[in-house]
Design a protein around this ligand. Structure first.
Ligand SMILES: [Zn+2]
Length: 229
């Protein structure tokens, strides 16, 4: 078992995806003593037509670190794949498996399986594959760590809202800090009003789920928690 059984590992294709998709819920978990790590598959270097790829990647990694600090996220990992993913190479799969076995998360948040945006779709698929493999005797070249079965995997929404959700979390008390974390992605906020989009979606989800003033909604990709435990 992990030394801390309240451990979350969140994956996103680009810096800002995790913050947008589940930042409010993560903040509530952190306030309850959970330890959260963010892992970004790309550093979002293709997110501007004004700044070159490498400079923007460095800038966006820094923005992701600031956003993580605002939320209270413990660790940030960058895989540094190039944006515009067309597949996940085996060495990246090995790194995903290795990270899961090292962190031993109780919960993984990742892009929902219904997300049609190409990078998001590929990351969702690759992470779910890594979760399945990490729990068994495969890919032992990923390192010394033992297999780790992740009990709970939840899909979040970003620009492609979930057509159906399984559960909603009332984030009324953490919405302000989520917005602050999103605004830390200054290079992106110049192009898109993240705070307004985040507030609009959270308000809509809050009303439609009946869970409160603002909410985040999720797809349950896997939940093997013992309900009676
Ligand atoms: Zn993205």
């Amino acid at each position: 078992m992990s030394s801390n059984s309240k451990t979350v590992l969140s994956f996103g294709a680009h810096p800002d995806d995790i913050e947008f998709g589940c930042g409010g819920t993560e903040r509530l978990l952190i306030e309850q003593g959970w330890e959260v790590t963010h892992a970004y598959l790309t550093s979002g270097g293709a997110g501007s037509d004004k700044i070159c790829h490498d400079s923007l990647s460095i800038l966006r990694e820094e923005e992701a670190r600031v956003a993580a600090e605002i939320l209270g996220v413990r660790g940030v990992e960058f895989f540094r794949c190039l944006d515009g993913l067309d597949c996940i190479p085996r060495e990246v799969s090995i790194r995903l498996i290795s990270l899961i076995r090292r962190i031993k998360p109780q919960i993984i948040f990742v892009h929902a399986t219904s997300d049609q945006f190409s990078d998001h779709k590929i990351v969702s698929h690759a992470v779910y594959h890594a979760i399945k493999v990490a729990g068994g005797p495969w890919f032992m070249e990923a390192g010394e760590q033992k297999p780790w079965k992740v009990p709970r995997v939840y899909g979040y929404e970003v620009w492609d809202p979930l057509p159906r959700f399984t559960f909603a979390v009332d984030i009324s008390s953490s919405l302000a800090i989520k917005e602050k974390a999103l605004i830390a992605h200054k290079s992106q906020v110049e192009v898109i009003d993240y705070a307004r989009a985040c507030r609009g979606l959270a308000n809509y989800r809050g009303v439609m789920s009946g869970r409160g003033f603002a909410a985040e909604v999720f797809e349950v990709i896997k939940d093997e928690t013992d309900l009676l435990a």
